[in-house]
Ligand binder design. Structure first.
Ligand code: PRX
Length: 656
């Protein structure tokens, strides 16, 4: 085990909730008892209380065909209505839904009434373009209100969105649009990033151009383009300006109800193979668990709280905790377009001061990078409105946790470390503020109604003080319903290992209080700045370059980003001469990965080597490469086909 992680397990500091917080807390200890007494009834109650159903459900869970779950499946509802209209009908139309802030400093406030009106118009635009129930719509937008409006307009029609993070390349867009056979793409001319406009439409154009060769898969009939960057864009016959179509559209739109299991979205995430998986989520169960967890984990007081989740809507955190959970609960939020350090490194803290943010949810990688810059920067701003802090995406080391608590939370705000995944749809493990005594570095306890265990390779519970694999032992409302177009891969990836338990792919350990400590992935998935990346996907991008014969990628521990991508490549014999003429091969290959997948996947280091360590059966031993990348002595090499290889590689890497 990584020695740093081992240290974490000896953490003894504990922070009980304050009297003051507990006496007003939304969550109570009784939730655990209720869920324990009747788990399914507990979820049925949440679904009834938190959502508005057109047809009430009578069946809570159908698990007759595992691992394919159905929740609340004879009920019908409209997801967008639940996030919008019903708040207006309840007299909360004037409540702010979003305080949006653009990177250059422009801003826009949208009340629930205004957001509802925008979504209704957008739904009419989409319907006019032929979008209806079940159709897929790809969304490739910056963090502007139109991103949320688009998602909700798609949901309102019972169609399925596939949001593609704005940092992905044309190639990644193409594969996602193809896989989902999207009919429509919604994009923008560009968005603001790091002080300048970064174009988005050219990537969509390039992705759709490549589609020409694919013949029958040419499914995209239109591209709707939001004007944001004001950059020049090329125009084709299928392109339409968002603002022109919105101006023409009818303002009224009545939401139809769809079945609880109607697909809501596909979100692609990295797995252990080179091909991203389209994780499928549906409506009623997903919305129930998003709304429930958002309410109890963030102690939501919708009348007075200002909640800010810094995630981009291109990731699951943005789906569940910027769009669906908070809006279903009628929360007021901050939405910010740009990067945390533009135009100055205190931008986030400035926004917290400006909008009096009470509840702040971000990733450990961001906390660690602020820590590096020092407390002087946040100290220049008034952060006294903050009353609750959240963390997500990767394990938070106790040092970062303590800094977060002291510097951002004034030693008073509880911290909730929330463990979950794209696949789980919503939070699965977290403290409940006001109830749980918090512990730096541990995500702690399952959410009420969620059944988690830590087991050994045979599926046996490991017991307190031991490590093993994290599993979910009972179906949960917001669980993925499958992998788009590939039910077999769904079964294989998550269920084949244990048969009756969901295998999350994370290592975990139970401490002596039975609290859960997450120890990182046990498969070939990396976590860089809270973003999931696959070693196989980056390797296949590297070997797609004409110079590369072979490539091996590992995630090496990195102080700021959690893990960093480190690549080892062998150059083709036939290309040795040509590559020798290139001044910086590493830079060329890094840029190539950026073009193939997106800038987030660019390796931190690329080492050109003559050999890769392989077992006798030809499997690359990544463990040894990780040792080299992290500057450790190389571990046991006896299973290598050629035991001298590691000495050569270490020599080549340290010579750099
Ligand atoms: O390894 C776990 C890590 O992030 C993975 C899921 O990544 P993704 O699907 O992109 O979703 C991220 C946001 C929910 C998990 O398998 N992870 C997520 N949250 C935590 C975490 N690891 C430790 N502690 C967390 N709180």
């Amino acid at each position: 085990m990584n020695p740093q992680i081992d240290n974490l397990l000896h953490e003894t500091r504990k922070f009980p909730p304050s009297e003051d917080f507990s006496s007003n807390a939304v969550a109570t200890a009784a939730l655990y008892d209720e869920a324990k007494a009747d788990r399914l009834e507990f979820w049925a109650k949440q679904a009834r209380e938190l959502l508005t159903w057109e047809t009430p459900f009578t069946r809570t869970l159908d698990w007759s065909n595992p691992p394919f779950a159905k929740w609340f499946d004879d009920g019908t509802l409209n997801v967008a209505y639940n996030c919008l209209d019903r708040h207006v009908e309840a007299g909360n139309g004037d409540r702010v839904a979003f305080h949006w802030e653009g990177e250059p400093g422009d801003s826009r406030t949208l009340t629930y009434a205004e957001l509802t009106a925008e979504v209704k118009r957008a739904a009419n635009v989409l319907a006019g373009l032929g979008i209806g129930q079940g159709d897929r719509v790809a969304i490739y937008l910056p963090m502007i209100p139109e991103a949320v409006i688009s998602m909700l307009a798609v949901a309102r029609l019972g169609a399925v969105h596939s949001v593609i993070f704005g940092g992905f390349s044309a190639d990644s867009i193409r594969s996602r649009v193809d896989d989902a056979r999207a009919k429509l793409v919604i994009t923008a001319d560009g968005g603001w990033r790091k002080g300048k406009v970064s174009a988005l439409k050219p990537a969509v154009d390039a992705a759709l151009e490549a589609r020409g060769e694919l013949g029958p898969q040419e499914t995209v009939t239109n591209v709707l383009v939001v004007k944001r960057g004001e950059n020049e864009v090329e125009w084709t016959d299928r392109d339409l300006w968002w603002h022109e179509e919105m101006a023409k559209a009818e303002p009224e739109h009545e939401a139809q109800a769809f079945e609880a299991e109607n697909p809501l979205f596909i979100l692609y995430t990295s797995g252990t193979t080179g091909k991203p998986k389209g994780i499928l989520h549906t409506s009623g169960g997903y919305l129930t668990q998003c709304a429930f967890t958002h309410k109890v984990v963030f102690d939501l007081k919708p009348e007075s709280d200002v909640y800010w989740c810094t995630a981009d809507v291109g990731w699951i955190t943005g789906h569940s905790y910027v769009v669906y959970g908070p809006l279903a609960n009628g929360a007021t939020q901050v939405l910010y377009e740009g990067t945390p350090d533009t135009p100055h490194p205190g931008r986030w803290w400035e926004l917290i001061e400006k909008y009096k943010v009470t509840t702040f949810y971000t990733a450990p990688t961001a906390i660690r990078s602020f820590m590096k810059l020092g407390r002087k920067i946040p100290k220049q701003f008034d952060l006294s409105s903050i009353r609750l802090l959240g963390s997500v995406g990767e394990p938070i080391n106790p040092e970062a946790w303590m800094w977060y608590r002291k510097v951002i939370g004034a030693k008073a705000a509880p911290i909730v470390d929330t463990w979950w995944q794209t696949e789980t749809g919503a939070m699965m493990i977290s403290a409940l503020p006001g109830v749980t005594e918090t512990k730096p570095g541990s995500a702690q306890v399952p959410i009420p109604g969620i059944a988690i265990d830590v087991v050994d390779d045979d599926g046996t519970h490991v017991g307190t003080g031991n490590g093993g694999l994290l599993v979910v032992t009972e179906p949960w409302p917001s669980m993925l319903r499958g992998i788009w177009g590939d039910p077999e891969r769904y079964r294989e990836t998550y269920w084949d290992k244990f048969g009756d338990k969901y295998f999350a792919g994370d290592g975990a350990r139970l401490d002596h209080d039975n609290d859960i400590w997450l120890l990182g992935r046990v498969d070939d998935v990396m976590n860089v700045s809270g973003h999931r990346l696959s070693t196989a996907e980056i390797e296949s991008a590297l070997v797609a370059h004409p110079f590369t014969a072979e490539a091996a990628v590992v995630g090496a521990t990195d102080e700021t980003t959690g893990q960093a991508v480190v690549a080892f490549v062998i150059i083709k014999e036939s290309m040795l001469e040509e590559s020798a003429a290139v001044e910086d091969i590493a830079a060329v290959l890094r840029a190539h990965v950026g073009e193939q997948i997106g800038p987030i996947a660019r390796p931190r280091d690329v080492f050109v080597v003559n050999e890769l360590p392989k077992t006798r059966s030809g499997k690359i031993m990544r463990r040894l490469l990780r040792d080299v990348a992290e500057g450790r002595d190389v571990g046991d090499t006896t299973t290598l086909a050629d035991t001298t290889v590691m000495q050569i590689i270490t020599g080549q890497v340290t010579a750099k």
